[in-house]
Design a protein around this ligand. Structure first.
Ligand SMILES: C[S@@+](CC[C@H](N)C(=O)[O-])C[C@H]1O[C@@H](n2cnc3c(N)ncnc32)[C@H](O)[C@@H]1O
Length: 279
C-alpha cells in the first residue's frame, strides 16, 4: 500500500496531458471575478527534481516535458503551462518539474483557496514544507476520497476538484465512480477533473457504463494516446471533466492534437474530445 512514488514518473506524457488541461480549467475559472476553491485529492509532493535517481531510473520525462522543452512553436493555449515549468527552471536547463499543486498555486488569485490532500506521510511532509508560507493553501495528510467528504461543498460554491489517483490498487475505477457519485451529490455544480490511464477495452467499457449509471450529466471525455492500442506499455491516458467550462471540448481538441504530434512516435495514438454524457 502506497508504494507508488510520483517522482519515478514526473514530467511524463501523462503529466504533460494532465497539467496542460488543468492549466486551461483553472484559467477558465479565474475569468470570473469571484473566488474559487481548488481541491487536489492526490496531491503528490508538489515539485519534482528530475536529477533525482528515482526520476533518472526510467527518465519518463524525456518522452514528456523533455520533448516540449526548448520548442519555439508552443501554441498559445499551452504557453501558461510551459511558463509554469519555466518558472521552476530559471536557468533554462530542465531540472525541476512542478506538480499539480505548484501549477495551481501559480494561477490562484488573492482570495482563491486550495486544499491539498496526500496519503503518503513522507510525501505529505514534503508538500507541507513547500507550501508552509503560502496563504490560502492547506495541506492535509488524508485519504483523498475522505477529503471529498470533508471539503465539499466549498463555501465559495465554485471551483475544481482534481482526482489524480496513482492507480496502484485493484478496483480503482470502481472507487473513483463511487467517490464521484457521492461528491456530486454533495456538490452538483462543481467542476471535477478525473485522470485515468487507458487500460484494457473491457475495463474502460465498465468504467464508462458505471459512470453513466450514476446519472451525472455533462461529462466530457478527453483522451490522448501516444502509442498504438496494442502496445505492451500503457498507450495513453484520459481525463473526465464534469461540468467543464463552456465549449471546453473545442479548446481541448487542438491542444491535444498538438500534444499527440509532439509526444507520440511516428504519429501513433490518437485523441478524443467528446461528451461521454451530454447535458
Ligand atoms: C499521480 S500522483 C499525484 C500527482 C499530482 N497530482 C501531480 O499532478 O503533480 C498520486 C499521489 O496520490 C497519493 N495517494 C495514493 N492513494 C491516495 C489516497 N487514497 N488519498 C490521497 N493520496 C493518495 C500517492 O502517494 C501519490 O503521491
Amino acid at each position: 500500500m502506497l508504494s507508488y512514488r510520483h517522482l519515478f514518473h514526473a514530467g511524463s506524457f501523462s503529466d504533460v496531458f494532465k497539467h496542460a488541461l488543468l492549466t486551461r480549467l483553472l484559467i477558465a475559472l479565474g475569468k470570473k471575478d469571484k473566488p474559487y476553491f481548488y481541491l487536489d485529492t492526490h496531491a503528490g509532493i508538489g515539485r519534482y527534481d528530475l536529477s533525482h535517481p528515482w526520476a533518472q531510473k526510467v527518465r519518463e520525462y524525456e518522452n514528456g516535458i523533455g520533448r516540449l522543452w526548448g520548442r519555439r512553436d508552443i501554441p498559445a493555449a499551452l504557453a501558461p503551462y510551459i511558463d509554469a515549468v519555466k518558472a521552476e527552471n530559471r536557468d533554462r536547463r530542465l531540472r525541476f518539474y512542478p506538480g499539480s499543486p505548484l501549477i495551481a498555486k501559480r494561477l490562484m488569485r488573492a482570495g482563491d483557496r486550495m486544499v491539498l490532500t496526500e496519503l503518503n506521510r513522507t510525501d505529505c511532509a514534503d508538500l507541507g514544507k513547500l507550501f508552509a508560507k503560502e496563504r490560502g493553501v492547506v495541506v492535509e495528510l488524508l485519504d483523498g476520497y475522505q477529503g471529498l467528504k470533508a471539503h465539499l461543498p466549498p463555501r465559495e460554491r465554485r471551483g475544481l476538484v482534481l482526482i489524480d489517483s496513482s492507480f496502484d490498487r485493484a478496483r480503482e475505477f470502481a472507487r473513483i465512480v463511487t467517490a464521484l457519485a457521492a461528491a456530486h451529490e454533495r456538490w452538483s455544480t462543481g467542476m471535477y477533473a478525473i485522470w485515468y490511464p487507458l487500460m484494457e477495452p473491457g475495463d474502460m467499457r465498465n468504467f464508462e457504463r458505471n459512470l453513466e449509471k450514476t446519472g451525472i450529466r455533462k461529462i466530457l471525455r478527453l483522451e490522448l494516446a501516444v502509442m498504438p492500442a496494442n502496445s505492451p506499455l500503457t498507450p495513453g491516458c484520459g481525463m473526465l471533466v464534469v461540468n467543464p467550462p463552456w465549449q471546453f471540448e473545442d479548446e481541448a481538441r487542438p491542444l491535444l492534437e498538438w500534444l499527440r504530434q509532439a509526444l507520440s512516435n511516428d504519429g501513433a495514438g490518437g485523441v478524443k474530445a467528446e461528451w461521454l454524457v451530454p447535458e
